[in-house]
Design a protein around this ligand. Structure first.
Ligand code: NAP
Length: 434
């Protein structure tokens, strides 16, 4: 029998468990450990609440959990309740599928002012992550600056701009819906330090921005290269740029919408000013060098704004004793191998890139590596040893059956038309399992 512990119950964790089931059949026991009492990580608290079709992938993960050889072990913090070294003693393979939940630092003067928020916190707030339920973003802001030109920046802009009716069918948490419905926002500025051909936004997500009830995207045609240059882009990117160009072409028809979403390209925030809270952003104009890197031009201007949301990527938090690559914000690894018996997968392995589906081949590849390394197992004790250790320490894990009860309670308390109203407090989650 092979014993595998996976730390993290997001997409990378569940695809790895599914791969282990498929590869080893009944000859494997997998424990998926998570700090929260609820599974699915990024699917629950990262994917936007108005993207329910993406969230539906959790049904596939649920199937993985229905087999006897995969257990969900929730409400267990690795590093407090059990250490990585202890797990390595108990399991043939320990896989870190911890994602990249920390914001990359916005390292400019003023970034510690109230009203400057990282996307991990803001996305966690509207998605009901217990760590961010008390964020209280300053929604009295009339003008919001969003730094970054990736899909997270797009998610944040769309969520800020939507009307209450546009959240129908979503599982945005009640506190966020209340706050956003009362918000005073009239201007959202998306700041990209490079140009339209260097965005990291995918076409479907960008297209959505052109169909919001009360918001209109605005681009400056002077920021764009010649239209014939679009032909050199790969097809997905070309579609995204076509959407951007269409925002200009449709500008007239969108004029009556009261919220403007400005794409400000070649714009690098360099300082944030404010007396006790954000008041303005100082931005340096950039241009691109031959390698398409952005460089400051020495030309500066200011943007009045009362909230800044930095969407510039994420980092995996280091774990004591586990080799770490500081420059890239992920575990030091070769094709997922960190140390003998210790592996990483998903964003913890490759950094925060790709879609949910990218984690599937990652999960299957790490299980191939594990199969090569551990053969038919090393006679380790696995979950029986973990349960004994938890008994001795009084650690009470949440099971998948418990999660199903929590889920039932979340469904039962949903507002009309919404699939669920998430619990945002860990104590409430635990209480709901009965
Ligand atoms: P991302 O795609 O890496 O985009 C980060 C953006 O931040 C880039 O535009 C980058 O510009 C900019 N940036 C980085 N450092 C900066 C700095 N110091 N100052 C100014 N700008 C800076 O990251 P993400 O948006 O967080 O998304 C993470 C991953 O999740 C991506 O793979 C994304 O596609 C995926 N995701 C997908 C969906 C979806 O499919 N619906 C939704 C959300 C997220 P440069 O290009 O110049 O570095």
């Amino acid at each position: 029998m092979r014993h595998i512990a996976i730390i993290g119950s997001g997409p990378a964790g569940y695809y790895s468990a599914e791969a282990a089931q498929k590869k080893f059949g009944e000859d494997v026991a997998v424990d998926i450990i998570d700090r929260l009492p609820v599974p699915f990580g990024l699917i629950r608290t990262g994917v936007a609440p108005d993207h329910q079709s993406i969230k539906a992938v959790s049904r596939r993960y649920e199937k993985t959990n229905l087999g006897d050889n995969v257990r969900f072990v929730g409400n267990v913090t690795v590093g407090e309740d059990v250490s990585v070294a202890e797990l390595q003693d108990l399991y043939d393979a320990v896989v870190l599928a911890t994602g990249a939940p920390d914001d990359r630092d916005l390292d400019i003067p003023g970034s510690d002012l109230p009203g400057v928020i990282g996307s991990a916190a803001f996305v966690g707030w509207y998605n009901g992550h217990p760590d961010f339920r008390d964020l209280d973003p300053p929604l009295d802001a009339k003008s919001v600056a969003i730094i970054g030109n990736g899909n997270v920046a797009l998610d944040v802009a769309r969520i800020l701009a939507k009307t209450e009716a546009e959240f129908a069918g979503s599982d945005i948490v009640g506190h966020a819906l209340d706050g956003l419905t009362k918000s005073k926002i009239r201007k959202i500025t998306l700041l990209g330090r490079r140009g339209p051909h260097q965005i990291a936004m995918t076409p479907k997500e960008l297209g959505e921005l052109g169909h919001l009830h009360r918001a209109r995207p605005i681009v400056d045609p002077l920021d764009f290269p010649e239209e014939c240059d679009d032909a050199m882009l790969e097809p997905g990117m070309r579609k995204s740029v076509t959407h951007l160009r269409s925002f200009y072409e449709r500008a007239g028809e969108l004029l009556d919408k009261p919220i403007q979403i400005d794409f400000d390209f070649f714009a690098m925030p360099v300082e944030i000013h404010g007396d006790g809270r954000v008041e303005k952003l100082v931005i340096e104009r950039t241009d691109l060098d031959a390698d398409m890197r952005s460089n400051g031009t020495g030309e500066y201007y200011e943007l009045d704004c009362q909230m800044v949301i930095s969407c510039i990527g994420y980092r995996t938090p280091p774990i004591e004793g586990v080799p770490y690559e500081h420059g890239r914000g992920r575990f030091a690894n070769t094709d997922g191998r960190i140390l003998p018996g210790l592996y990483c997968v998903g964003w913890a392995r490759r950094g925060p890139s790709g879609t949910i589906g990218t984690n599937k081949p990652d999960g299957f590849a790490i299980v191939d590596a594990i199969a090569e390394d551990i053969g038919s197992g090393n006679g380790k004790e696995g979950r029986a040893g973990l349960d004994r250790l938890f008994d001795a320490r009084g650690v009470e894990a949440v099971t998948f059956r418990d999660w199903k009860k929590i889920e039932e309670a979340e469904i039962a308390r949903a507002r009309d038309g919404s699939p669920r109203e998430k619990f945002t407090d860990i104590a409430d989650m635990i209480a709901a399992r009965g």
